[in-house]
Design a protein around this ligand. Structure first.
Ligand SMILES: Cc1cc2nc3c(=O)[nH]c(=O)nc-3n(C[C@H](O)[C@H](O)[C@H](O)COP(=O)(O)OP(=O)(O)OC[C@H]3O[C@@H](n4cnc5c(N)ncnc54)[C@H](O)[C@@H]3O)c2cc1C
Length: 289
């Protein structure tokens, strides 16, 4: 909305969304198009009076069944029009007829927030529902670039909690008559966790500096996400092990962080997708398909 919305859309929605008064969702992924969301099949048909008719399905959409608004990415179906076949974004109030958001149940990760399966069954929208600044799939990618650095920070938060839990446990738990922290192998594992954690912190610090200066490149955000969610997985696994059996108890936190890291490792582009984005940038060759 801030990047591509019209003045009127921003005037009406930006503040309520930023204040959290209206929950907002970003709907790109579809049941058959995750990593290759560039091939999305949801259509936006332009009627003779200029109104839009949206049809399709979306999956994994955070806040998609919250009663707020959803920014739906769809392919324009309007033979002869300049934007025919282009991917554009539409502002959809979740209360409109034809919009159904169903909360996905049975998750073992990020259980504190919901994602929804959305069906768009001939959802009719006024002509000005399209975000005028969106002209192609490249614009959806631009949004993802800017949110990927947030995922790098999330990974750092989860990993920090795991490291702190492991360190505390190592000083308290006694085996063979000594606290775990007195064993050289335990110290080495804590040192390795801190080594990785510090690398993650430096990525985040550098990202923040680049963002503040306006110089953040998409590949740098990908590299930070790639590094930090992978490192967070390793740190969580080591912490889980250092807590022994207690590591699987929810009350000790580590197993929950470990499960949550799995979701952030996947969303905003999987590990392999980040590698392909980075690889394309450094070699000049696309290996996506
Ligand atoms: C908790 C959660 C929240 C989410 N929130 C949102 C949201 O708010 N809005 C939204 O639009 N989406 C959201 N998503 C969707 C998320 O972005 C996708 O799950 C993600 O892009 C991966 O797509 P997929 O799950 O279909 O996996 P797939 O694309 O089917 O991938 C499966 C595996 O195949 C690998 N793979 C795929 N293609 C290639 C290739 N070319 N080369 C090598 N390996 C490949 C992947 O890396 C992965 O390991 C969310 C997902 C989750 C789990």
């Amino acid at each position: 909305l801030a990047l591509f919305g019209s003045d009127e859309q921003q005037r009406q929605w930006l503040r309520p969304i930023a204040r959290g008064e209206v929950p907002a969702a970003f709907a790109l992924t579809e049941p058959d198009h995750g990593s290759d969301s560039v091939s999305l099949e949801t259509t936006a048909r332009r009627g003779s009076d200029g109104e839009w008719v949206l049809r399709g399905t979306k999956k994994w959409i955070g806040n998609g069944a919250s009663g707020g608004v959803t920014f739906v990415w769809a392919r324009v179906d309007d033979e002869g029009a300049d934007d025919h076949g282009s991917v554009r974004c539409f502002l959809v109030e979740q209360s409109v007829p034809g919009y159904t958001g169903t909360v996905i149940t049975g998750k073992g990760s990020l259980r504190g927030i919901h994602q929804a399966h959305i069906t768009l069954d001939d959802v009719r929208l006024p002509a000005d529902a399209v975000l005028p600044g969106t002209r192609s799939f490249r614009d959806a990618s631009t949004v993802l670039y800017s949110t990927r650095s947030g995922v790098a920070w999330s990974a750092l938060g989860h990993a920090t909690a795991c490291y702190e839990a492991a360190l505390q446990y190592a000083t308290q738990r006694t085996q063979f008559g000594k606290p775990l922290a007195r064993f050289q192998m335990v110290q080495e594992r804590l040192a390795q966790m801190l080594e990785e954690l510090t690398g993650m912190q430096l990525y985040c610090r550098h990202l923040a500096d680049l963002e503040a200066s306006g110089g953040l490149r998409p590949t740098q955000a990908s590299l930070a996400k790639y590094h930090n969610t992978r490192a967070a997985r390793r740190i969580a696994a080591t912490a889980r092990d250092l807590l022994g059996g207690n590591g699987i108890l929810l009350e000790n936190g580590v197993i929950q962080h470990m499960a949550d890291i799995e979701a952030i490792h996947t969303y905003e582009g999987t590990e392999s997708v980040q590698a392909l984005l980075i690889g394309r940038d450094i070699t000049g060759v696309s290996a996506f398909a």
